[in-house]
Design a protein around this ligand. Sequence first.
Ligand SMILES: [Zn+2]
Length: 88
Amino acid sequence: MFEDRPLDIVSSQGLEGRGGGMKCPCGHGPMELRKQIKTTTFRGVELHYEAESYVCPVCGLEVATVEQATAIQQAIIDAINGFEKSKR
Ligand SMILES: [Zn+2]
């Protein structure tokens, strides 16, 4: 509905017990946990929200665990709610 860019969703289950951390599926090694301010467009208005995900420092690939994806979705919904409220 309001997804600007598809994010690879990975199961957080597979992460544990493998030495920890997330590894780039392209073989670049460990990915960095990053918090970023993202922008999405809703009804022609730019909304900003905070998203935490894993980013490969080599190729820039971004993946989110199910938990992170849920939090991101909630952040977008909050941003939209805030926008809707500001109109009233
Ligand atoms: Zn990579």
